[in-house]
Design a protein around this ligand. Structure first.
Ligand code: SF4
Length: 500
């Protein structure tokens, strides 16, 4: 545990993630330092803690102190530094200047304490690329952008390049979209053959729900009827069938779902239709053939890793051989836009294991590659059963992501979307790479407020975007049983959300 004492909590939400980036997995307790001095290490301890970080701001300076064993009779002062507060400049937003300066001071301080640097520097938000996009829109040159990312945010040269490339590709893609003239559709099939150890999605065991699949599809169809009414006069720009694992549907059920969509919507303006086939243990030739009967343009075959031992450890219950078979089958049937998802930082994996996964994927030559960094989500087994995985520490995740970047570029791919989540190994990122013309449009749409996304199915989250810039979320319940039982309520929520 780390106790953070602040005499001013204005920037607490910026301080917390930066401290966590240097001390991953630490439990933070933030307290008010009501004293006039920053010598909180001398005061009565309130709880057991390993470290005490005091940040004491005045109008002229910031004093940062780090104490070890703060609960001991005599806490040990590990480091203390005083940083001057910047002078306000005419016309600037002084609060932002102070915040950024405080983050830089804290970064340098913690970097000196831990001996570490962070690839993304002081940037702790989930969309670091947004900052670069704003600089491009300001008209800054690439050199000027990189210089600012380095001096203002301490971002590494590699992340500067990644952020810049991603921002340019994302911007180009966004400009090609229809925006509010169109909409997107998401259908959730929240069933999986087994539950992966890191899973934080809506996922239910197929074995338990297989008998309810027809009732589930009936409910989805009811929602599709309503969405077709609400979007009358518009054509979908993208459709995404996600999960869970959509290929848990039997071939006839898949055909029923896809033909139900094709019958309800005018697909003449469709730019992308993705079916996230996902788990190789759920993919069969019959299912892929059923998908091929519709204008589905993109599928995913997700290995996560090409190491069987890791697959067993994380509960994926499929083998590398099954991934290779599923991929070959998809190619045989003519799929020419296949995405593969992999994860850096899986338990027990070394950079060499990860490099082997990238190399095997390079030989398959998919059109896109999505590289996730392992995130320890609260409800995931990786977190709830932490002791089960304690002996399988992950290797250097940053080195893995560099290998993925190099591998994707070798395959002729460009990064086109990037985001971060809480509790990611090394405070790193998830990046989507694709070959030219094969970017996953829906992946961009879910991060931006460009057009409405209507979602059907358990756990589906609709996002309505209105012409006046407003946007609103309408959530379906996650629990499949509740979704089926309360389908009329899900429909009523959508009606209350209003037509476009
Ligand atoms: S395949 Fe995806 S949704 Fe299903 S259990 Fe694994 S992580 Fe969760």
């Amino acid at each position: 545990m780390i106790i953070i004492k602040l005499n001013n909590r204005e920037f607490e939400q910026d301080i917390r993630p930066l401290v966590l980036s240097f001390y991953p997995g630490a439990v933070l307790l933030v307290l008010d330092d009501g004293a006039k001095e920053a010598d909180a290490g001398q005061k009565e301890p309130r709880t057991e803690a390993d470290l005490l970080l005091c940040i004491f701001q005045t109008e002229t300076d910031v004093r940062i102190s780090l104490y070890q064993a703060p609960d001991a009779a005599e806490p040990v002062l590990k480091r203390e530094e005083i940083f001057p507060v910047p002078e306000p400049l005419p016309g600037e937003e002084y609060r932002i200047t102070r915040k950024n300066q405080l983050k830089r001071d804290l970064y340098r301080f913690l970097s000196a304490c831990t001996g570490r640097t962070l690839p993304w520097g002081t940037l702790t938000g989930i969309r670091p690329v947004k900052l670069v996009t704003a600089m491009l829109q300001e008209g800054l040159s690439e050199d000027a952008i990189c210089a600012r990312l380095e001096t203002d945010y301490y971002m590494s040269g590699k992340k500067q390049e990644l952020a810049l490339r991603t921002a340019k590709n994302e911007d180009r893609l966004i400009r090609s979209l229809e925006g509010l003239r169109s909409f997107s559709l998401y259908v959730s099939i929240p069933f999986c053959p087994s539950t992966c150890a890191y899973c934080s999605f809506t996922s239910y065991p197929l074995a338990k729900w297989a008998g309810e699949m027809d009732r589930y599809l009936q409910c989805v169809e009811k929602e599709l009827d309503l969405i077709a009414d609400q979007t009358a006069g518009k054509k979908p720009e993208t459709i995404y069938i996600g999960g869970g694992t959509p290929t848990t549907l039997l071939p006839a059920q898949m055909e029923r779902l896809l033909s139900g969509i094709a019958a309800r919507f005018d697909l003449s303006g469709l730019k992308e239709w993705t079916v996230e086939a996902g788990r190789p243990d759920s993919i069969t030739e019959e299912k892929l053939a059923a998908i091929r009967g519709f204008p589905v343009s993109r599928i995913s075959v997700n290995p996560q890793t090409m190491k069987d031992e890791t697959l067993r450890l994380i509960g994926r219950k499929h083998t590398t051989a099954q991934t290779l078979e599923a991929f070959a089958c998809a190619r045989r049937l003519g799929f020419d836009n296949i995405n593969m998802d992999i994860i850096a930082g899986l338990p027990g994996e070394t950079p060499a294991d990860f490099q082997n996964t990238v190399e095997q994927i390079r030989r398959l030559d998919p059109e896109s590659l999505t590289v996730h960094t392992l995130a320890r989500k609260r409800a995931a087994r990786l977190n709830t059963n932490a002791e089960e995985f304690a002996a399988f520490a992950g290797g250097d995740t940053d080195a893995m992501l560099e290998a993925a970047y190099a591998g994707a570029r070798n395959m002729g791919m460009e990064p086109y979307y990037l985001y971060r989540q809480k509790n990611m190994a090394g405070n790193l990122e998830n990046t989507g790479y694709a070959k030219e013309g094969k970017f996953g449009i829906y992946n961009i749409l879910i991060m931006e407020e460009i057009q409405s996304i209507y979602a059907a199915g358990a756990g589906g989250s609709s996002k309505l975007v209105f012409a006046d810039g407003r946007h609103e979320r309408i959530e379906n319940v996650k629990d499949v049983g509740h979704y089926i039982a309360r389908i009329d309520e899900m429909m009523a929520r959508k009606i209350l959300g209003g037509n476009l």
